[in-house]
Design a protein around this ligand. Structure first.
Ligand code: AIR
Ligand code: ASP
Length: 264
């Protein structure tokens, strides 16, 4: 049996709900669920730069699973239900709030550029920023005034999103610090989860080296998508190292030509 062909056919028989730059959402097995599929596509600068990086989807699926499962376990609400296979996870269908929520602990990237603060400068406190999710507009930064005036979220929802962002940042900072990694900043998305008449704001999308800046504590080496954005090379090696430190990849496995080997 041609396994690849079978897999391809199965993938195409499912209803595709949404296709993004690095992920596809398919209809799930039950109402209210979806399947989130991680592709190997790497994009930056709003997809003006695009490459296929073999094995990236597999690693992000596992790293994001690890983060979301741990968050579920400590009572932080997320869309994650369980991982299905190497590239896919079962999630709850939520109404995505069209905001990219960025939390920063250390100056880097667009903050450094916009405000002229040297990359690597510790910020006086964690800073939360909102960007309007729109590829057409290049995800412009917006304030709470824009968010409420245009009805993207209510003032109460903004409060809930900020409280969620702080909990996720505290958890992630500690998780990564414990394995010798500095969480510089990250991007998260949120959604409305309806349970009867009740609605809750939950963490959605993914948390992976595609959506975080992760620097090695000792060397300050970048272990995230900046390796791709800045043409530093070694993206898969860096993502594998993050997975290995989190205990997802087994200790002595490296990932040369054969692609990442994952422990169960
Ligand atoms: N991010 C923002 N849009 C997409 C992503 N992945 C993440 C970056 C970085 C943080 O948000 O990966 O971790 C801040 O990005 P920037 O470019 O605003 O400095
Ligand atoms: N906005 C994302 C990034 O720069 C992806 C993209 O621009 O295509 O990481």
């Amino acid at each position: 049996m041609d396994f690849n062909k079978t897999r391809y056919t199965l993938m195409n028989r499912r209803r595709r709900i949404y296709e993004g730059k690095a992920k596809v959402l398919f209809e799930g097995p039950e109402p209210g669920t979806l399947i989130q599929h991680f592709k190997d596509d790497a994009t930056a600068f709003n997809a003006k730069k695009h490459e296929i990086v073999d094995g990236k989807g597999v690693l992000n699926n596992r790293i994001s699973e690890f983060v979301f499962q741990n968050l579920n376990d400590i009572g932080v609400p997320t869309h994650f239900i369980r991982r299905l296979n190497m590239r896919e996870q079962l999630i709850r269908e939520v109404e995505i709030i069209p905001l990219e929520v960025v939390v920063r602990n250390v100056a880097a990237g667009s903050l450094s550029k916009r405000l002229g603060i040297e990359e690597g400068t510790q910020l006086p406190r964690s800073i939360i920023e909102f960007y309007y999710k729109s590829d057409k507009l290049d995800d412009p930064m917006v304030s709470e005034e824009h968010i409420t005036a245009f009805g993207w979220a209510t003032p109460q929802e903004i409060d809930d999103i900020m409280a969620l962002a702080i909990r996720v940042n505290d958890f992630l900072s500690g998780l990564f610090l414990g394995v010798g990694i500095r969480l510089v900043d990250f991007k998260m998305e949120t959604g409305r989860l309806w349970e009867g008449d009740m609605m809750r704001i939950v963490l959605a999308d993914e948390i992976s080296p595609d959506s975080c800046r992760l620097w090695d504590i000792k060397s300050n080496d970048k272990m995230d998508k900046d390796r791709f954005r800045r043409d530093l090379g070694g993206l898969i090696e860096a993502y594998s190292e993050v997975a290995r430190r989190l205990g997802i990849l087994s200790e002595n496995e490296s990932t040369p030509m054969g692609g990442p080997r994952l422990v169960q």
